[in-house]
Write a protein that binds this ligand. Structure first.
Ligand code: AHR
Length: 307
C-alpha cells in the first residue's frame, strides 16, 4: 500500500511511501518481543517502509543506527532509548538534517524538548507507585519489619529509574517497609535468576521481591524454588509488564501482583508518524493507559491475553 505524503520530502502532494527508521533497544524480554512485533506488524499494515535496527541493549549501537537513518534521509526516526542520558548530539544532528524524531516507550533527559516531536509510552513513575501502593496496603498492620529486595531494570534506563522512584515514594509512608538489597538484573530472566540467588545467599529473611519486569521475576522464581522456598507464599512477589508468562505465574499464585506496561505501541506510533509527515499537530506526550492484576485477576485475564 502507498501512503500519501503531501508535505516533507515529496512536496506538491504526490504519493510517496513513508520511510520510518526505528531503533529498538534489543530483545531482552517478553515485553520487548511483543513491542517489536506490534511495531513491525502495524508498519506493514499501514504500508510504511520500516527500517528496523536492533541495538542489543547498547547505546553506541543506537547512536550508529540513528546516524545511518539520517544518512538514508528517512522521513521520520523513532526509537526507544536504552538509557536516558547522552542523546543531545545525535538528536541535534537529526534536527539539523530536518528529520523529525519520535520517542517510544522510554524517555530521554534532554533539556531541549525541541529535539523530538513527542514521547509515546507508559508513565513508569506511576507504575512504581502502583507497585508500592499494593505493598503499603498489604502490610499496613504489620508490627514487624518487612524486608524487600529489588531487581532493577537496565542501569540508567528510564523504566529502572522511574519504577524505583515511584515505588520508594509510596513505601516511605511506612517505616516497616525496608529495601534491604537492590541490584540490576538488566531486565533479563538469566540476570534476574543470578541476582536473586545472590540475594538469597546474603539474606535469610527476605519477605518481598519487587522486580522491575516479569522476566526478572520469572528468573528469580527459579532461584527461589531451587532454594526450597515457595514463590508468592514464602516470598511475596510484585512485578511489572503483565506479559503472558508473567500472568501465567501470577495465575498460579507465584507472582502476587503485576503492574501492567502495555507494549502494543505500534498503532499509536504509526498514527503519530503519519501526522508528523502530514504536518498535523501531535501532542508532546502520549501516555499509554494501563491497569494492574492480582493473582485472581490474572487468572481471569489470562485466556484473552494478546502478548
Ligand atoms: O521499557 C519497557 C521495559 O523494557 C519493560 O518493562 C521491560 O520488560 C523491557 O525490557
Amino acid at each position: 500500500a502507498q501512503t500519501t505524503n503531501s508535505g516533507g520530502n515529496s512536496g506538491g502532494g504526490e504519493s510517496k511511501t513513508i520511510s520510518l527508521g526505528f531503533s529498538q533497544v534489543g530483545a531482552e524480554s517478553g515485553w520487548r518481543t511483543a513491542n517489536t512485533k506490534s511495531i513491525q506488524d502495524t508498519a506493514k499494515e499501514v504500508g510504511f517502509d520500516l527500517k528496523f535496527s536492533d541495538a542489543q541493549q547498547k547505546q553506541e549501537n543506537q547512536i550508529k543506527a540513528l546516524r545511518s537513518f539520517i544518512q538514508q534521509k528517512v522521513d521520520v526516526i523513532a526509537f526507544s532509548p536504552v538509557v536516558e542520558s547522552g542523546w543531545d548530539t545525535v538528536l541535534k544532528e537529526a534536527k539539523d538534517a530536518g528529520i523529525p524524531v519520535i520517542l517510544t516507550d522510554r524517555a530521554v533527559d534532554s533539556a531541549d524538548k525541541s529535539l523530538y516531536v513527542t514521547f509515546i509510552g507508559s508513565d513508569f513513575v506511576e507504575e512504581g507507585r502502583k507497585a508500592g501502593q499494593w505493598l503499603v496496603d498489604q502490610y499496613k498492620d504489620s508490627a514487624e519489619d518487612i524486608n524487600i529486595v529489588e531487581l532493577q531494570g537496565t542501569t540508567g534506563s528510564a523504566p529502572a529509574n522511574d519504577r524505583k522512584a515511584g515505588f520508594e515514594e509510596l513505601i516511605k509512608s511506612n517505616s516497616k517497609l525496608k529495601v534491604i538489597a537492590s541490584q540490576t538484573g538488566d531486565f533479563t530472566r538469566a540476570k534476574g535468576k543470578e541476582v536473586m540467588q545472590a540475594f538469597l545467599k546474603a539474606h535469610k529473611d527476605i519477605d518481598v521481591l519487587y522486580a522491575h519486569n516479569d522476566d526478572m521475576a520469572l528468573g528469580a522464581i527459579q532461584a527461589i524454588e531451587a532454594a526450597g522456598l515457595k514463590p508468592g507464599v514464602d516470598i511475596k512477589i510484585i512485578s511489572v509488564d503483565a506479559v503472558k508468562d508473567g500472568m501465567q505465574a501470577a495465575s498460579e499464585g507465584k507472582i502476587n501482583f503485576i503492574v501492567e506496561c502495555n507494549p502494543l505501541l505500534g498503532p499509536q506510533l504509526m498514527e503519530a508518524v503519519q501526522n508528523v509527515v502530514d504536518g498535523k499537530p501531535v501532542e508532546p506526550r502520549i501516555v499509554t493507559i494501563e491497569s494492574t492484576f492480582t493473582s485472581e485477576q490474572a487468572k481471569e485475564a489470562l485466556p484473552s491475553r494478546q502478548y
